[in-house]
Design a binder for this molecule. Structure first.
Ligand code: GLA
Length: 388
């Protein structure tokens, strides 16, 4: 299948730019199994890659020009001069690929220009890391074409810088690392402090289970204020507690830490979420590594959702309805995933229950007058790679 996709994207590139591309690359979106908003607190996360990818056909240029085109956005080829790229000057989709070129050059990498055609199947604004997929696919293509020697987390760091500084969204490192480093059949246990990683086998089908993604169709945007406010609140908590990051508050010391925060009610809630969420990631990892029944992670996902809803306060009625309806219909576990304020939820289900739970959630949305959600099954898939 990826061969056919590569050919289609390459053919469109040839039409646009009048020559075959030098190569075709793919980078996936992700869902996060557990570990939400922990990544900018130096904590733990556990994403896995989706089968949905951003695909880029790319050729290198030597003349300081960057040409960009997307199959997913109306409009023609955008032409930019590398020397004119500057942070936050561009508020269009082109900021993602242009930001990557800018970040690479800022870091001293000799990128002299490129022609790029992009096409993505990662739903945008759905909390599934469509932006990270775009960034990582462009970074990997340029890495290969200009022999930059950047792989894995080094590539992810540059993409994060593109998004933080060039696009202006204060995101953590999870999504870019997931897109760059995930492996098929595994979830990625990532320590966002030192970026050490462990691939954890995650084969639900072998245990008669499935993981559904429910895209609520409620759009979110990380450059808007709420994400940044949570991040600032966590940083305030770390400062008040005298630690570098909330990662440094041990779970066993949580009560003492909360009492030291006195009447800082909002900061106390944020701190409680981060400290308990890190502990949840560690519990999920040890359950999956122990080889015990994977169903045991279900209640931990549900705890995580409650913490995001009540303490971190980033859920919304649509996400809560997915979780409540799925659990009432027999799901093993469910929670919102990603940055919040809309986007997607994940639902862990027994294989025979897939249709009934999908139907129950869809009907509950209709009854509530919400837009019909998009439900699909997520199989842990490969990270970024060259297709052609
Ligand atoms: C978004 C950000 C990530 C992470 C999640 C929440 O996806 O891009 O860095 O903070 O939200 O876990």
């Amino acid at each position: 299948m990826s061969e056919a996709v590569a050919e289609t994207v390459a053919a469109r590139f040839s039409e646009l730019y009048g020559a075959e591309p030098h190569g075709v690359w793919a980078a996936p979106g992700r869902v996060n199994l557990i570990g939400e908003h922990t990544d900018y607190n130096d904590g733990f996360v556990m994403p896995f890659a989706l089968p949905h990818t951003a695909v880029a056909a790319v050729s290198r240029r030597e003349d300081g020009v960057l040409r960009l085109h997307s199959a997913d956005v109306a409009g023609g080829v955008a032409e930019l001069r590398l020397d004119d790229l500057s942070p936050e000057s561009d508020k269009n989709w082109t900021a993602y690929p242009a930001g990557v070129v800018w970040a690479l050059r800022e870091a001293g990498h000799a990128v002299t220009g490129a022609d790029i055609h992009l096409s993505s199947t990662v739903p945008s604004g759905a909390g599934l890391s469509s932006s990270a997929a775009l960034e990582v696919v462009v970074a990997l293509a340029l890495n290969d074409l200009f022999s930059l020697g950047l792989r894995g987390w080094k590539l992810a760091r540059l993409c994060q810088r593109a998004e933080n500084v060039y696009v202006g969204a204060p995101v953590g490192i999870m999504d870019q690392t997931a897109s760059a480093c995930c492996e098929a059949g595994h979830a990625l246990f990532l320590d966002t402090r030192d970026l050490s990683q462990k691939q954890i086998p995650f084969d639900l089908a072998a245990e008669g289970m499935r993981l559904l993604v429910v895209d609520t169709q409620v759009k979110h945007s990380h450059s808007e204020g709420e994400y940044g406010k949570r991040r600032a609140g966590c940083e305030k908590g770390a400062a008040l507690l005298g630690v570098n990051a909330l990662r440094d508050v041990p779970y066993d010391d949580l009560d003492a830490a909360l009492s030291r925060l006195g009447d800082e009610e909002e900061v106390r809630r944020l701190v409680r979420h981060i400290v308990t969420e890190n502990e949840r990631v560690e519990r999920v990892v040890s359950l999956l590594e122990s080889g015990d029944d994977t169903r045991a992670i279900g209640p931990i996902l549900v705890e995580g959702h409650a913490s995001l809803r009540d303490d971190f306060r980033i859920s919304c009625p649509e996400l809560d309805l997915v979780v409540d309806t799925a659990l009432a219909s027999g799901a093993v576990g469910a929670r919102m995933t990603g940055g919040g304020f809309g986007g997607s939820a994940i639902v862990l289900v027994e294989e025979p229950d897939v249709d009934a739970i999908t139907k129950a959630v869809t009907e509950a949305f209709a009854t509530a007058g919400f837009t019909t959600p998009r439900v699909f099954e997520a199989v842990p898939s490969a990270g970024a790679r060259r297709l052609h």
